[in-house]
Design a protein. Structure first.
Length: 506
């Protein structure tokens, strides 16, 4: 067996570290990311491998429903925000700040939730943690559905956010730990695909219910968000524990049994034996390294020191990759469009009804793009997607900024310019959907070793939610105060994300 380190170009450079050197590895600070031979062949990669592995696909697909819940909560608010029935029930949502706060509190709750999820994941297992946070998510959904005041609505959004944040963080961890090496990247894209499906489904549900009389127009979409999360909470009990978590809690035999179940192969198969040995050796090494760094430390102090380890020199490169891609995923402007698409399309010269239709098309194009990424991510690699995603997305934002700056007061006499701006918005979402949309979820789960994966992914996910909150709260006032400057703002940030892609290396 050889030890290997993941690279962002989608390839795994081999090391000359042999199985016999495991004892030595425990004494070095710069341990490799994983101790698995990525050349273990369970079949083909990509979509063909998924078709040949229906069981593992089913497990990953169910776990990714946490992403659906996240996407649903994002998409549902887009049309609800412009419903007269909603404004009548909650007048404070008619102000820019009231609308932004109500929208953004979901993300603030998610930021809070994902910080305690690592401890929950490590203590009681990934799948049990997912079940618990489904209950929290559903409590928030019930509060939103039944809210009779602005304060209760905001509280429901916050509690629902705690649930959705932990769901969206726990799913990539579980998927990365149950997936075979040849399918890991492809299956991690399922999280992004599910997020976008959630956005699309909730958008068109609210598009249909907006014509209903009274408060049912927005309360029905709020209530329906519990359907998918409940399916996840119940269904996850029928699937196996993560073999890596079982090894982490010294249940090596159970880890091998679950690995047999996941790979649909007997434990005597050399590939299963090799993967199991790699998992156990990685856990052993990481525990020894932790004991070396923090001898005799236990409890809360150890928990704090393990968080601090993410920022040490030996882990900084991985941490900067995970946090950087999460930061630029959110500051690309994607959620400004998802939350306030009708408003933004109106700022590009479209009528109210056409803005709603264009918003729906925008979300469907994102679904097409992330589905394409599902097919190509393991072939193209992560680094090229980050670089070209930044270049392409920045170009689209730049052209939109120029068009809005020149024609903002003249859309009526220049309809072609308005449609050109809409076309650039569509180009942006296609490019974003095939690059930063999946990378923001896939990369953090891949780059960290087993012992720090839950905390590393939590840090990246916290970055997602923090800046998602900032975008949700700040966008309405920005549109009112600086107009086309919003487009320049996101143009600059997407180009900076492109620079990060060049700096990532392998």
């Amino acid at each position: 067996m050889v030890a290997e380190t993941h690279s962002l170009d989608g390839k795994s450079p081999k090391s000359d570290l042999s199985f016999e050197n495991v004892e030595h590895l425990a004494t070095v600070e710069h341990a490799p990311v994983v101790l698995l031979n990525e050349d273990i062949s369970y079949g083909r990669g990509g979509i063909r491998g998924v078709i040949e592995s229906p069981y593992i696909f089913g497990v990953a697909f169910l776990a990714s429903m946490g992403g659906f819940s996240f996407g649903y909560d994002q998409g549902v608010i887009s049309i609800v925000n412009i419903m007269p029935q909603f404004h009548k029930a909650f007048p404070r949502t008619e102000t820019a700040f009231g609308k932004g706060l109500m929208t953004g509190m979901l993300e603030l709750g998610a930021f809070i939730g994902c910080l305690f999820m690592p401890t929950l994941c490590d203590k009681i297992s990934r799948k049990k943690a997912l079940s618990i946070v489904v209950v929290i998510f559903n409590i928030g959904a019930i509060m939103q559905t039944a809210a009779n005041s602005y304060g209760l609505l905001v509280a429901g959004r916050t509690i629902g956010g705690i649930g959705v944040g932990t769901l969206a963080m726990g799913a990539p961890i579980y998927i990365s730990e149950i997936a075979p090496p040849n399918l890991r990247g492809t299956l991690l894209v399922l999280e992004s695909v599910s997020c976008v499906i959630g956005v699309v489904v909730s958008f068109w549900i609210t598009y249909g219910t907006r014509e209903l009389a009274g408060e049912l127009s927005f309360r029905l979409p709020f209530g329906l968000q519990m359907v998918c999360s409940t399916i996840l909470g119940i269904g996850i009990h029928f699937f196996p524990y993560s073999p890596r978590w079982l090894a982490l809690v010294d249940r090596s035999d159970d880890a091998l049994t679950n690995l047999e179940r996941l790979r649909r192969l007997p434990r005597t198969d050399p590939r299963v034996h090799q993967e199991h040995a790699g998992i156990c050796n990685e856990v052993t090494i990481q525990k020894r390294m932790q004991e070396k760094r923090h001898p005799g430390v236990t409890g809360l102090k150890l928990e704090i020191l393990c968080w601090a380890d993410l920022f040490k020199k030996s882990s900084w490169h991985r941490t900067s990759i995970a946090v950087g891609v999460a930061f630029f995923q959110q500051l690309s402007g994607i959620n400004a469009f998802i939350y306030y698409a009708p408003t933004l399309f109106q700022s590009l010269g479209q009528s109210t009804e056409m803005s709603l239709i264009m918003s729906g098309v925008f979300n469907m194009l994102q679904l097409v793009a992330v589905t394409v990424c599902f097919f190509i991510i393991d072939k193209v690699g992560r680094r090229p997607l980050a670089i070209w995603g930044g270049i392409g997305g920045g170009t689209a934002w730049g052209i939109m900024a120029v068009l809005v700056g020149v024609f903002n007061e003249k859309w009526g006499s220049n309809p072609a310019a308005g449609w050109a701006a809409v076309a650039m918005a569509f180009c942006f979402i296609l490019i974003y959907g095939v690059s930063y949309a999946p990378l923001g979820w896939a990369l953090p789960a891949e780059v960290f070793p087993n012992s720090s994966r839950s905390k590393g992914v939590a840090l990246a996910t916290a970055t997602v939610w923090l800046f998602n909150f900032v975008v949700g709260v700040a966008t309405p006032p920005m549109i009112e105060s600086i107009g086309f400057g919003v487009y320049i703002f996101f143009w600059i940030l997407v180009l900076l994300g492109c620079c990060l892609g060049f700096l990532l290396g392998s």
